[in-house]
Design a protein around this ligand. Structure first.
Ligand SMILES: Cc1cc2nc3c(=O)[nH]c(=O)nc-3n(C[C@H](O)[C@H](O)[C@H](O)COP(=O)(O)OP(=O)(O)OC[C@H]3O[C@@H](n4cnc5c(N)ncnc54)[C@H](O)[C@@H]3O)c2cc1C
Length: 431
């Protein structure tokens, strides 16, 4: 076995080469940074070249440029919305596309690991909901997609743009008819090294005597009123609007195996977001991503409706989460035409949305300190020391902006102004 001669910058880890190999001569293996790369067994390899032909780095699938339909909004069902990461657009699309004889593929978390798997009943959609910030293990998913399409089933495949590209290349070289395939990609800021969360796991085990059993990177269900054993949620529901309302706080929730402790951290106090968004620990290929641009590979692109309070505050929806949906193909548009019936929202201008979506304009920027950070991460340095050295604590100004005078307050004022304006307009009509 030896590491494929390809440069690490040129491998997205989509696993297309593993699945196309008729001799099963390629396996994925973790490197020191925790990212997975293909390794070829020379003994088995017959040098047919299929692994190169399927590689989306070398043969990028067709990208869709013109005629996009862009939508912002959220799911009409509050439960669905709060169980999703953004506004629940993924669930609306699944409902619209999957009538009968369908299969849905997505990323599922098992402890700290993330796998791609499939379901044949949309009632099980819960396991695919929620963004897991770790590259999923694709396994044999592309081969399964091929089998299902050949059997005449409708297939919805969701994943990161490079995974969609890997699938499309795989199906192309396998000459599979893609008429019944719908691809849904998430806007992607790159995937972080799994070593970071493993360090956190170690730290928690040392402190509380138990490992992580589940990790929700972006909890939106209830609020700060429900923490630990002091659950004020019921009381809050009686006096305040319905639950939810923490979407742009990106609250992380961790449950431990001994169920003794629930760890809750808002984004501003969570070093994970600080370290990741400084681009200190992303997969090397993410810094050169071929899919981080306005032209997209999938039928539909999903993201958070970042900037909602600035350019479409009417879609903020009490901070319960809002989705950005970009339909790139005719197929994507026709499915979303049905999906949007279960959503509140409206069409947006692509250029407006693009302003707040860095990963749709260009790949993430290189951080010159990445190598030093990754060395620390691989060393015996513990979680706390790493964060002390590398994470930025929140400034007073930021905390004031977020907790005292934040987006919600801006939207609140905007709402009052809207109401006054409508009242004035109605008044002048009656006169
Ligand atoms: C690694 C990653 C980075 C992201 N970066 C951004 C960003 O920079 N800007 C932005 O606007 N949005 C980003 N997103 C997308 C965003 O977080 C939401 O996933 C998206 O808006 C869909 O929300 P929803 O409410 O419709 O879906 P949900 O119901 O929450 O569905 C989640 C969808 O994401 C897929 N998914 C979850 N985890 C993974 C994973 N590890 N690998 C592949 N697919 C996965 C599921 O299969 C499902 O299709 C990112 C998502 C991921 C997974």
């Amino acid at each position: 076995m030896f590491l494929n001669s390809k440069n690490k910058l040129e491998c997205f880890g989509c696993e297309g080469c593993v699945q196309v190999c008729s001799r099963n001569a390629i396996v994925m293996a973790e490197d020191k940074e925790g990212f997975r790369y293909p390794q070829i067994d020379k003994e088995r390899c017959i040098e047919c070249g299929m692994c190169r032909k399927v590689c989306p780095y070398e043969y990028t699938p067709v990208k869709h440029r013109d005629g996009k339909y862009v939508f912002g909004g959220y799911h009409n069902n509050p439960e669905t919305r709060f169980e999703s990461t953004s506004g629940g657009a993924f669930s609306a699309i699944v409902d619209a596309f999957c009538d009968k004889n369908y299969v849905i593929f997505g990323a599922e978390a098992k402890g700290l690991l993330v796998f791609h798997s499939y379901i044949t009943n949309k009632r099980d959609i819960g396991k695919f909901r929620k963004s897991k910030y770790s590259q999923s293990i694709i396994g044999l998913s592309y081969r399964h997609v091929k089998r299902f399409l050949n059997e005449g089933k409708k297939v919805l495949f969701s994943g990161t743009p490079c995974q969609i590209a890997g699938l499309l290349s795989f199906l192309k070289v396998a000459h599979v008819n893609r008429d019944k395939l719908l691809t849904v990609e998430v806007v992607c800021e790159g995937v972080p090294s799994p070593l970071y969360i493993q360090k956190l796991d170690k730290e928690l085990e040392k402190k509380y005597g138990a490992k992580i059993s589940s990790l929700d990177y972006r909890y939106t269900g209830k609020s700060i009123f429900s923490c630990g054993k002091w659950d004020f949620e019921k009381m809050r529901i009686r006096f305040l609007p319905p639950p939810g309302g923490k979407w742009d706080f990106q609250e992380m929730r961790i449950e431990l195996m001994n169920h003794k402790k629930m760890i809750v951290k808002d984004r501003w106090f969570n070093p994970f977001w600080s370290v990741w968004l400084k681009h200190l620990m992303s997969r090397p290929s993410c810094y050169h991503c071929k899919f981080a641009e306005p032209d997209r590979v999938a039928d539909i692109t999903l993201g958070d409706l970042w900037g909602v309070h600035l350019y479409c505050p009417e879609l903020y929806g009490a901070n319960g989460g809002a989705s950005l949906v970009i339909c790139n193909t005719e197929m994507g548009k026709s499915v979303f035409e049905m999906a949007k019936k279960s959503m509140y929202g409206h069409e947006l201008v692509f250029e407006d949305a693009l302003k707040y979506q860095g990963p749709m304009r260009r790949p993430i920027s290189n951080n010159p300190d990445r190598d030093e950070f990754m060395k620390d991460l691989q060393s015996e340095m513990d979680y706390k020391t790493i964060n002390k050295k590398w994470a930025n604590p929140p400034t007073i100004k930021l905390l004031f902006q977020k907790y005292v005078w934040g987006n919600r307050q801006k939207v609140f004022i905007w709402n009052i102004k809207q109401k006054l304006r409508t009242r004035k307009e109605c008044g002048s009509l009656h006169r």
